[in-house]
Design a protein around this ligand. Structure first.
Ligand code: RTP
Length: 151
């Protein structure tokens, strides 16, 4: 069953440095999703440790945290039909070499440690991440072009 959902999408430090913020926003806008929150900032180590808590036993965890601390990120909340699953599909596989061309990672990345963007992997995870990164605060508004996206 398809449902209207919110997902947390984040342009990672390499995506910001490479000037891919506009491209990533454009892809979500053009697909038909609604932007309900947007913020640029350098995350704290504590926040990253909470965000990636499920990975803390992994050998790559310290490298991952250092990478995410290396510069500002752009966090966003996108809303729409099946936003979580579709957002992940638009990002591509975690390892960019396994990502299909046409996906963000498949078009702009080569290595897992520099994979440009993050996307929530489940509806519950998305709600948790929106709470962590935005204190749960998102905008509520009617998007006029919605009538031309949904039948
Ligand atoms: P993300 O949270 O960034 O959307 O990535 P994901 O769910 O597709 O993948 P996950 O397994 O949760 O990994 C989170 C991020 O950790 C880095 N990573 N490095 N083997 C490695 O060196 C390795 N594996 C994962 C990546 O930045 C990945 O996106």
């Amino acid at each position: 069953m398809s449902t209207t959902e919110q997902t947390y999408i984040m342009v990672k430090p390499d995506g910001v440095q490479r000037g891919l913020v506009g491209e990533i926003i454009a892809r979500f806008e053009k697909r038909g999703f609604k932007l309900v929150a947007l913020k640029m900032f350098t995350p704290s180590k504590e926040l990253l440790e909470k965000h990636y808590a499920d990975l803390k036993e992994k050998s790559f965890f310290p490298r991952l945290v250092a990478y995410m601390l290396s510069g500002p990120v752009v966090g966003m909340v996108w809303e729409g039909l099946d936003a979580v699953k579709t957002g992940r599909a638009m990002l591509g596989a975690t390892n960019p070499l396994a990502s299909a061309p046409g996906t963000i990672r498949g078009d702009y990345a080569l290595q897992v440690g520099m994979n440009v963007c993050h996307g929530s992997d489940a509806v519950e995870t998305a709600q948790h991440e929106i709470g962590l990164w935005f204190g749960g605060e998102v905008n509520q508004y009617k998007l006029s072009r919605q009538e031309w996206i949904y039948e």
